[in-house]
Design a protein around this ligand. Structure first.
Ligand code: 5AD
Ligand code: SF4
Length: 444
């Protein structure tokens, strides 16, 4: 590879989960510290970071086609870095197959991006897919700016080894970031403008740490501490695993006003034999009982989940059990996916892989039920007045977009500023958002 001049502009393209969004923001901060600025919308960037996801589909193939398409207006290639979980899983192969890529950096190594960039400018190609547990966070610069709703990664990795999932291999073992570091980063985010913080982790409720006094605490303890930050108005967390739900976390939903009434608790299937084959460590009934306990602590809690249809061996009866579970819960929103065999995972080589057309048909039925329930949830909210955190401008002049406590997107006309929290009456329900009317400014 030839030496090039140092990049002046960058673009980070993040795919997949919110952890990737967080990582993408942090990579952008590293580049900004180098004096590299974001490329204006619609203009070429000198450096492109593809922050990839490996969880489903032919993600790797998509990366190669994205790399192939990246070209500046003058026909030259930008400097290209491939980051994220595809980088972790297929680093060497990317280097071999895509000569225009000069940096491959895994999710635990991206703090080294600036050094890799220096080498790339000198014409050297580098791969870094090391997985040191906590070094990345220590090496990242302090945060300065934050959106009204900001992400904070508190936990990474997964030890659960669900048989379909690639995360334990790409993100590594479960680690919790130390309490003091999280408090410091949260304070910085709030100082930088955040009113809401969403605590992130592949298994966020597996977070453990020690508070200032050396006492062992779990996620609920962390939430309690963060709730004492005066200018922080809202706290959320995602994604939780049923196995790591504690009494304290359930109780926190009844006790901490700043903890929003929303729970994303994936179940994946409503069939016990499938849950067993998935190595999920819970059955359908146990999951439903957990949700009941959350509802008892916080009756208005909005529930969300993840589903996989067409896991190997899933019969019509298994799928029906999933539909029954959906009916029993009444989700406010949910994500549903067709099973996608991931190389290296146990399920990829299981017998009885389900035919694609059967998966398509089941996914359609499931999504119709989930959409129906989401609409019903939104309709049931009509007439309520609630605080809405204003996150950005809408498409029309004077229009703003924010989030209700139940994570619904709410559109309304107002001249309040981004980052304010206003009382809004939810006036009309749509499938994916609500139209609202401002009542009065609130300060909470
Ligand atoms: N195929 C389909 N969906 C998957 N998920 C994880 N792995 C796979 C896979 N191999 C889904 C699960 C998980 C969400 C993040 O992605 O539902 O909760
Ligand atoms: Fe993947 Fe299961 Fe871990 Fe979630 S809990 S990241 S689905 S292995």
């Amino acid at each position: 590879m030839r030496a090039t001049s140092p990049p002046k502009t960058y673009r980070v393209k993040s795919f997949g989960c919110q952890m990737n969004v967080y990582d993408g923001e942090r990579m952008a901060e590293l580049l900004a510290d180098r004096g590299i600025v974001p490329a204006p919308e619609g203009e070429d960037a000198d450096l492109v970071v593809l922050n990839t996801c490996h969880i489903r589909e032919k993600a790797a193939e998509k990366v190669y086609s994205d790399i192939g398409r990246l070209r500046k207006a003058d026909g030259s290639k930008p400097l290209i870095a491939v980051a994220g979980c595809v980088a972790q899983a297929e680093g060497e192969e990317i280097m071999a197959r895509a000569p225009s890529v000069s940096m491959v950096v895994g999710p635990q190594a991206y703090h080294r991006l600036p050094e890799m960039l220096d080498k790339a400018v000198a014409g050297e190609r580098t791969t870094d897919t090391d997985m040191p547990p906590i070094a990345k966070f220590d090496a990242l610069p302090a945060r300065r700016r934050a959106a009204p709703s900001a992400f904070l990664t508190v936990q990474e990795g997964c030890d659960k080894f669900c048989t379909y999932c690639v995360v334990p291999y790409t993100r590594g073992a479960e680690i919790s970031r130390p309490f003091a570091d999280l408090l410091a980063e949260a304070e910085r985010l709030v100082a930088g403008g955040a009113r809401e913080i969403t605590l992130l982790g592949q298994n966020v409720n597996a977070w453990t740490g020690e508070d200032h006094k050396g006492r062992a605490i779990g996620l609920d303890g962390l939430i309690r501490e963060l709730a004492t930050l005066p200018d922080l108005a809202r706290i959320r967390y995602t994604t939780s695993h049923p196995m790591d739900v504690t009494d304290g976390l359930i109780a926190a939903h009844g006790e901490i006003d700043k903890l929003m009434p929303f729970l994303h608790l994936p179940v994946q299937s409503g069939s016990d034999p499938i849950l067993k084959a998935m190595n999920r460590s819970h059955d359908a009934d146990g999951y439903l009982r957990l949700l009941e306990r959350f509802r008892a602590a916080r009756p208005d809690i909005a529930l969300s989940g993840d589903f996989i249809v067409g896991f190997p061996g899933e019969s019509e009866a298994d799928f029906e059990a999933t539909m029954q579970l959906v009916d029993a819960v009444g989700y406010a929103q949910a994500f549903s996916f067709k099973y996608s065999p991931r190389p290296g995972t146990p399920a990829a080589t299981m017998a009885d892989q389900v035919a694609p057309e059967v998966m398509d048909e089941r996914l359609q039925r499931l999504q119709a039920a989930l959409n129906r329930d989401q609409m019903a949830f939104n309709q049931a909210s009509v007439g309520k007045t609630c605080p809405v955190l204003v996150e950005r401008k809408g498409k029309k002049p004077g229009q703003l977009l924010g989030k209700s406590p139940w994570l619904q997107s709410v559109w309304f006309d107002s001249d309040v500023s981004i980052g304010e929290i206003v009382e809004v009456e939810l006036a009309e329900a749509g499938p994916n958002s609500m139209a609202g009317r401002v009542r009065a400014s609130a300060t909470t």
